[in-house]
Design a protein around this ligand. Structure first.
Ligand code: AMP
Ligand code: ZN
Length: 488
């Protein structure tokens, strides 16, 4: 099925066409590992997880998904520095070596992060690679040198900057986010990793070492500039190294459009001669009372906070996935609870189908399954419209009681629900818990009689008794050493 996505670059809904038939390479900006990620961040990763699963299941693509770990930036350096209050006993004693402190500090939070996303159903095996920025130092330096060779980077005070004025003579700066030319301040340099649109100026590619900060040697235009990379160059270098440019899809939260993604485009095009990707897909914010959930506002919950409150991780996943990624989502506990009810309603339907299907799941599709599947999948293919996809699902469930299907139909529907679960990953395929089959004594006696007839090779009698069992609403399944009874 063809998939459409809202592309920030063209500001339109576009039909997705991969660069290589049947394959998709996708890069997501990962977490900055300086603390526990909050569930606002998780919305970004759950969106990317959803997208990659829809591409796989609905689009039938072979997907390579890469998400980086930002282990070096202003915040990881600040919080891993000697004497930082964020230092935890689990990281061991602090070292005299700033690089070593950074490594221990970020490894701790990266591990915690990978555990948190696994709790939310984003499994390690879903990724092609999860690269750590500090492991790509040589590639970043190589890219900075290339930009320098093109005359678009210059050194000042031991740092290297991207020359936006020079670049604007060659190409547009402001492709993802229209930037007012009046805001552009020629010759002004910005060292911070994050800055706003009002201060468009030359951004940093390599930062000179400050006292006590971790640093790497860097040979640039005949000088050794001891320092560390800027945030934007990290993603550009990892993308090229792991996926090669161009690749198919780049994701991230809307706040990354500017400056992070804009700068990625400029750097990659300047250094490698190619833009990273054709499809830029951004998720909207998770909000709390109309404001972005963020660490700086202090209005956030981590996954652990919610689990401690007794919230089921599946409900967090479901809540995030059941809103369309491109609209803002207001986080409330009432919303979580309402989502839980909807999730369990589907689960109950699956239990009902399971019972009717006698635990048989079939991938062959009946007409009913085909109609439901194409209704649900075409909504998912339409810019991941999960609310509409679920509306289709619930309309179907409301119109058709699970108990109304025969075994073949129920087995086929179960096949579809399992396919859907390869995307949502929030349901179980098993008998309703606590439900033990009530078998009347008369049925038990018939079954025993049939088994005896069968062991004595009296197949005519055995078949007659099978018919009687069916008349009582039971089927019998034989194995080498016995039989089991199931509801027909
Ligand atoms: P960071 O660790 O700050 O680099 O952020 C990781 C990802 O989370 C980025 O893609 C951000 O855009 C995204 N993000 C941060 N806050 C929110 C939020 N409240 N809602 C949705 N995405 C967010
Ligand atoms: Zn990035």
């Amino acid at each position: 099925m063809t998939i459409s996505l809202y592309n920030t670059l063209t500001r339109s809904l576009e039909e997705f066409v991969p660069l290589h038939e049947g394959r998709v390479a996708m890069y997501s900006c990962g977490p900055t590992v300086y603390n526990y990620a909050h569930i606002g961040n998780m919305r970004a990763f759950l969106f990317s997880d959803l997208l990659h699963r829809v591409l796989r299941v609905v689009g039938a693509y072979d997907v390579r998904w890469v998400m980086n770990i930002t282990d070096i930036d202003d915040k990881t350096i600040r919080d891993s520095s000697k004497g930082a209050s964020t230092w935890r006993t689990e990281m061991g004693a602090q070292s005299e070596d700033a690089v070593e402190n950074l490594r221990r500090f970020t490894e701790f939070y990266a591990d915690e992060f990978l555990q948190d996303i696994a709790t939310l159903g984003i499994k390690r095996e879903n990724f092609y690679k999860v690269p750590y920025a500090t492991h790509y130092m040589a590639s970043m330096q190589h890219l900075i040198r290339r930009i320098g060779e093109k005359g678009i980077a210059y050194e000042r005070g031991g740092s290297v900057y991207f020359n936006v004025a020079e670049w604007r003579k060659i190409d547009t700066y402001g492709k993802l986010f229209k930037i007012d030319a009046e805001n552009f301040q020629e010759g002004v340099r910005i060292d911070a990793d994050e800055y706003d649109r009002e201060s468009v100026s030359d951004f940093v590619l390599w930062k000179a070492q400050k006292d006590g900060e971790p640093a790497w040697d860097f040979e640039f235009e005949g000088k050794n500039l001891s320092g560390r990379p800027g945030w934007h160059i990290e993603c550009s270098a990892m993308e090229q190294d792991i996926l090669g440019l161009p690749f198919d899809i780049h994701t991230g939260g809307v706040d990354l459009c500017f400056p992070h993604h804009e700068d990625e485009i400029a750097q990659s095009k300047a250094g490698y001669g190619v833009e990273p990707t054709r499809y830029w897909v951004h998720n909207e914010f998770l909000e709390v009372e109309g404001q972005k959930m963020s660490k700086s506002l202090g209005n956030f919950y981590t996954v652990r906070d919610l689990l401690q409150k007794g919230i089921d991780a599946l409900d967090i996943r479901w809540l995030m996935l059941s809103a369309q990624y491109s609209s803002r989502l207001n986080f409330t506990f009432a919303g979580l609870e309402a989502g839980r009810k909807a999730r369990l309603r589907v689960q109950d339907y699956i239990f009902g189908l399971w019972e009717k299907a006698g635990a048989q799941i079939h991938s062959t599709r009946t007409e009913t399954t085909n109609t439901l599947r194409s209704a649900v999948f075409s909504e998912l293919a339409n810019n991941l419209n999960t609310p509409k996809a679920f509306a289709e699902l619930f309309t179907f469930m409301n119109r058709n009681a699970a108990s109304a299907f025969d075994a073949a139909e129920a087995s086929s529907l179960l096949g579809f629900f399992q396919e859907l679960n390869n995307i949502f990953d929030v349901w179980k395929f098993e008998a309703r818990p606590g439900e033990t089959l009530q078998i009347p004594d008369a049925v038990k006696a018939l079954a025993e009689e049939r088994w005896k007839a069968r062991t004595m090779k009296n197949f005519a009698e055995s078949d007659r008794l099978r018919g009687e069992l069916a008349a009582h609403g039971f089927t019998v399944k034989d194995s080498k050493d016995g039989y089991t009874l199931e509801k027909a």
